[in-house]
Write a new protein. Structure first.
Lengths: 421, 477
């Protein structure tokens, strides 16, 4: 035997010893009965087809549901609940657990009773039926819809202990719909003259008759009149049969049960754009028309509702990032409350104005961490800290809190909503 | 974008350049203008280079002239004239560019460089013409300048009556807000406080919004039922409650423009692009980003307080910044592995198919089937109660107690609901709800049980009372 061979053997033996040690560390004391004993599900047959003509998630997932904060509202008719983002992965939000916000409850409006009116400064005021809408060329786009009040309860400090409650007023769906500009073109905008200073006022059919003014530039850009989400009809609670989709802009503009579009020569200044959805600054003045949702991100796991239960070793940190200005280009994660940062991996290249999933594949050795995520979008906007936001706006804005969130991860694997220096 | 011609520029362009760069700098915080400014700057740089090259060329020419002494004075004059002409044209171009730059708007609704148009495609001739009656029925918005207001009028005193009857149950007799329902009056000079009170008087910028919102959306649960005169009267009363008008004021199209709300100048158009974006565009720090290690300054679990049982409207609550609330430790619940389901949710072993049926209407208990028309009327009348009371499966206490089985129930008899003293005394006396007591209570709650906290003016019509009673009976009792 040559030295050479011996040497190679030595290396091989060393490597084998290493993996033997690893195997010893993974050794099970006793055989697993789930493997050694034949289980019921491997003996008896399961449900036939059609057991549930429209399937719900299996009962083991029964806690992946929308929740509201009971003390937040006297009345669930004008209220909000939250998407269980802590328990979801990928980017698409299933409709059944996508947050709801109603001002007068979710109404039942059948397709055959649906009418959409376009009036105001148009050449020919029109009425469309649902069937009419289906005859326009349609498009598919994925967009996030975030309530301007998302994270609004956190302005004065860490308050709700769960990412579902701090960041769950958001969902992300693939919409099928018609560009609003096609409908405006159908009615003709000649009567509106110079479009630069014109608006569209959009209004819902429910009792609140929520209405908002949108500048014409946006209306002609990427706004959709949508009737499908994630491939199926919109859910009642999201505006069945037709809602407006206003990409990148606050959820209140995404009028549900859309019944009317009016071209106007000024903003209507409705209750929802004066009394509400305006942002009071520290000096008592308020910003209005704050439509765009700035770049934001949050770690969804680990998080207070999603503690680490597997102990030390490999850990996947994951979360969501989004920007109303376009694509997310980068997400950084900090484990030490913002002292140092690592760049996370994007699940896939993000769509513009849609949720982007990020992952940081890492090791946890059981030490306490202060976890944060920071989003950067294609315009170069870097998600600010909560203190940076408060320095500019004070604590009374209610809306548009896109500050960096901190979870304190404890040695036992639990995470808590905190703020750091 | 027009570019400078590559030929040449004269000295005088330099002054214009500095001015132009100044303008460019002035608007450079505006995200929209940045592209155009970049293009302009490139043009300027090119122009400068051309100018330098041209000067060099002129210098060469002059040297050649000196050396050869062949050029005539006339030739020199021609060259100078040409240079002057070029200078003039450059100045004109700079002026045009400046005008373009200044027209780059800084407001939120920015026009694109091209004139805006809708899709150029041919209309598809879908839909049908909207009829005037249809437009009149739906197009009811009122603009800040008063356009859209219908005829009619209403005065403060009438408004007070209508408000007491239709609004005070939730908003308080003086629109001061009750049980955490939205506050409509007061809150003056609080906008810069820790907890601003945002009301029509303290916050709303336009009177048109009050008219429009009350007209289309209130009373809650019975929207769109007010006559135009009632809306005028109520709006006048809300103005009066906010010290904006006197007691003898009448609101109409004619007097509308005499009223200005206090906070009309309190709003600025979104200026995040100027105030915030520049400072949040820096290349982010990756290491040693803080002077000292981060420490925890505030924990959500320290805030823990019991959830309020009467709660409040979501947004008014958020606006109060929820200073002392929080309580529920969702994380722990999850750690413990428990399944959190609301009332009426799925029990662990219920088959999924039954879940789908959970929303099925509650079966009517009574053997002698109630009159369906009466039930329908009762259900409709109950809409006025729904914001405070629930019935049926999963009913829970809200602002008012749940009303399942209320007939035959002890007055004020539900455990776990905080009744007023008036109700507690009735409970102690062992009084029970029957047709008569319920009818008397519903006709005028405050008169029947002085001190009740049921903020409801009462049902005026006996038919409604009978219908609602039968409807309640269908939920047991």
């Amino acid at each position: 035997m040559s030295n050479k061979t011996t040497t190679r053997r030595g290396i091989l033996r060393g490597a084998l010893a290493g993996s033997a040690a690893a195997i010893a560390g993974r050794a099970a004391a006793n055989p697993d009965p789930l493997i050694t004993e034949t289980q019921d599900w491997a003996i008896y047959t399961g449900d036939p087809v059609d057991a549930t003509p429209y399937g719900l998630p299996i009962r083991f997932e029964a806690d992946v549901i929308r929740r509201n904060v009971p003390w937040l509202t006297a009345d669930p008719i004008s209220s909000i609940n939250f998407t269980p983002i802590h328990a979801l992965d990928g980017t698409i939000t299933p409709q059944g657990c996508a947050f709801e916000r109603h001002h007068s409850g979710a109404i039942e409006l059948a397709k055959e009773n649906y009418r959409l009116m376009i009036n105001g400064l148009v050449d020919q005021p029109l009425v469309f039926t649902y069937e009419d809408l289906e005859r326009f060329p349609r498009e598919n786009h994925v967009y996030f819809c975030e309530c301007a009040a998302n994270t609004g309860m956190e302005w004065a400090g860490a308050q709700l202990n769960g990412v579902q409650f701090t960041h769950g007023m958001i969902h992300n769906m693939e919409y099928t719909g018609i560009p609003l500009r096609a409908l405006l073109n159908e009615a003709g905008l000649g009567a509106a003259g110079d479009l630069a200073d014109k608006w569209v006022y959009v209004e819902g059919a429910d009792a609140s008759s929520n209405g908002r003014s949108i500048p014409m530039e946006k209306a002609l850009d990427d706004v959709l009149v949508a009737f499908k989400a994630n491939g199926e009809a919109l859910r009642k609670e999201h505006g069945y049969p037709v809602r407006l989709v206003v990409p990148g802009w606050e959820g209140n503009l995404w009028v549900k049960w859309l019944r009317r579009i009016e071209v106007t020569d000024m903003a209507v200044e409705s209750r929802e754009e004066t009394s509400k959805y305006t942002d009071v600054l520290a000096d008592g003045t308020a910003r209005k028309w704050t439509w765009v949702m700035d770049a934001k991100s949050v770690i969804t796991s680990p998080s207070p509702q999603q503690p680490i239960t597997h102990g030390t070793g490999p850990l996947v940190i994951t979360g969501l990032a989004w920007s109303g200005h376009g694509q997310i280009t980068r997400v950084d994660v900090s484990k030490d409350g913002g002292m140092s940062w690592e760049t996370a991996r994007l699940g896939r290249q993000g769509d513009s104005k849609a949720l982007t999933r990020f992952y940081l594949d890492t090791e946890w050795n059981g030490e306490p961490w202060l976890l944060q995520a920071r989003a950067i979008d294609e315009t170069g906007y870097v998600q600010p800290t909560k203190d940076q936001l408060r320095d500019v706006r004070g604590e009374n804005s209610v809306y548009h809190n896109n500050g960096i969130q901190t979870w304190a991860l404890a040695a036992d694997g639990r995470a808590e909503n905190v703020e750091v220096s | 974008m027009s570019k400078f011609p590559n030929s040449s520029l004269a000295i005088s362009a330099a002054g214009g350049t500095a001015l132009l760069l100044g303008v460019a700098y002035g608007v450079s915080t505006n995200g929209y203008g940045e592209d155009r400014i970049a293009t302009l700057q490139t043009s300027l740089d090119e122009a400068r280079a051309a100018f330098t090259a041209q000067s060099a060329e002129t210098g060469d020419l002059e040297a050649a002239l000196g050396d050869l002494k062949a050029a005539t004075v006339a030739q020199m004059a021609e060259l100078r004239a040409a240079a002057a002409q070029q200078a003039e044209s450059a100045e004109r171009q700079i002026a045009a560019l400046q005008a373009q730059l200044q027209s780059v708007p800084s407001g939120a609704a920015q026009p694109t460089a091209e004139p805006m148009t809708a899709e150029s495609g041919q209309p598809l001739n879908l839909g049908r013409a909207a009829l005037p009656e249809e437009i009149a029925a739906w197009d009811v918005d009122v603009l800040p300048d008063g356009r859209g207001l219908p005829g009619g009028s209403g005065d403060v005193l009438t408004g007070e009556e209508v408000f007491t009857e239709k609004c005070a149950s939730c908003h308080g007799d003086f629109a001061e807000g009750r049980d955490n329902w939205p506050v409509l009056a007061g809150g003056f000079d609080t906008l810069a406080d820790e907890d601003p009170v945002k009301t029509v008087g303290s916050y709303w910028p336009y009177l048109s919004t009050v008219w429009d919102y009350v007209h289309r959306s209130m009373p809650f649960g019975n929207a769109g039922t007010l006559s135009d005169d009632e809306v005028y009267a109520i709006t006048a009363y809300i103005l009066f409650s906010n010290d904006v008008v006197d007691e003898d004021f009448t609101l109409s199209q004619a007097t509308f423009s005499n009223v200005t709300l206090g906070n009309v100048d309190g709003f600025v158009v979104d200026d995040r692009d100027e105030v915030e974006y520049a400072q949040w565009h820096a290349e982010p720090c990756m290491a040693n980003c803080k002077a000292t290690a981060a420490t925890i300054t505030r924990k959500s679990t320290d805030v823990g307080v019991t959830p309020a049982d009467d709660g409040s409207m979501a947004e008014s609550f958020m606006e109060q910044q929820l200073a002392a609330l929080g309580g529920v430790e969702w994380g722990k619940e999850r750690v413990a592995g428990s399944v959190h389901m609301g009332e009426g949710g799925v029990a662990e072993d219920e088959p999924v198919a039954q879940v789908a049926n959970a929303e099925a209407p509650v079966a009517i208990k009574d053997a002698d089937a109630p009159d369906p028309a009466l039930m329908a009327a009762g259900e409709k009348a109950f809409r006025r109660c729904k914001s405070c009371h629930s019935v049926g499966e999963g009913a829970r206490n809200k602002t008012g107690p749940h009303l399942n089985g209320v007939l035959g129930r002890t007055i004020g008899g539900l455990d776990g609901f905080r009744y007023s003293n008036a109700f507690q005394s009735a409970a102690d006396a062992g009084q029970v709800w029957d047709n008569e007591s319920l009818a008397a209570f519903l006709a005028n709650p405050k008169a029947y049980l002085q001190g009740t906290k049921m903020s409801f003016a009462g049902l005026k019509s006996e038919a409604d009372i009978e219908a609602v009673t039968e409807y309640l009976r269908s939920f047991g009792g």
